[in-house]
Ligand binder design. Structure first.
Ligand code: SF4
Length: 208
């Protein structure tokens, strides 16, 4: 019988840079076939193929060593972040982790890439991702509709600034709901933002 594989995106979670520990690599190796290929993505993830029969056990073991894993396909990807060079609290790492916990893996009409950066220098490139969050002093700015590739690459549009964490989480959830409820089939998020227009979107999610 042909062995079935499930693709998973794996990383070490949000921290000071995208890093993996030897014991995490060892655990990964345990579930991968010898000649399998591992893809490194620009989203600080490894795409691996786990045998379906071992999936549950693999996930339990991943949890034990702190490996984070996400579905591959039409889901919100894990939050791409900067390296938090100025410190965990100052640059809002807990907020990035909580936002990631809430939205990563949500089903959406087309793969959606969120990004977070701990200060306006913007190493996490939030303005060229679908949803971008930038910490500025004690509050957060939320951008949507950025695009990094192609001749129509563009920066995202500001939804709102001076957001506190709970307001930020709430707005992002409302935007994802709006996208799910109103997008055309397989419509990219940036196209959806273009079609509706930033002012209409702000109205729909109740921002004056
Ligand atoms: S965005 Fe700011 S906090 Fe984050 S790595 Fe760059 S300089 Fe450091």
């Amino acid at each position: 019988m042909t062995k079935k594989y499930i693709p998973m995106a794996v990383n070490g979670g949000i921290g000071f840079g995208a890093k993996l520990k030897p014991k995490q690599l060892a655990v990964l190796g345990k579930y991968l076939d010898e000649d399998t290929e591992i893809e490194f993505t620009t989203l600080q993830q490894l795409i691996v193929q786990i045998p379906e029969a071992e999936l549950e056990e693999a996930q339990r073991t991943f949890d034990e060593v702190g490996l984070h894993y996400y579905k591959v396909g039409k889901y919100v990807k894990n939050l791409r972040t900067c390296n938090f060079c100025k410190g965990e609290e100052e640059e809002g790492m807990p907020v990035a982790k909580e936002l990631n916990r809430r939205i990563a893996g949500q089903e959406v009409p087309f793969t959606l890439k969120p990004a977070y950066t701990g200060c306006p220098i913007g190493c996490g490139e939030p303005l060229i991702n679908d949803i971008g969050v930038m910490k500025d002093k004690d509050t957060f700015e939320l951008y949507i509709g950025g695009k990094s590739k192609g001749s129509d690459a563009r920066t995202g549009k500001l939804v709102k600034s001076n957001l506190h964490p709970e307001e930020l989480y709430e707005l992002v959830e409302r935007i994802l709901d709006l996208y799910r409820e109103n997008s055309k089939k397989r419509e990219n998020f940036y196209r959806f933002v273009d079609r509706l227009g930033i002012e209409n979107i702000k109205q729909e999610i109740h921002i004056d």
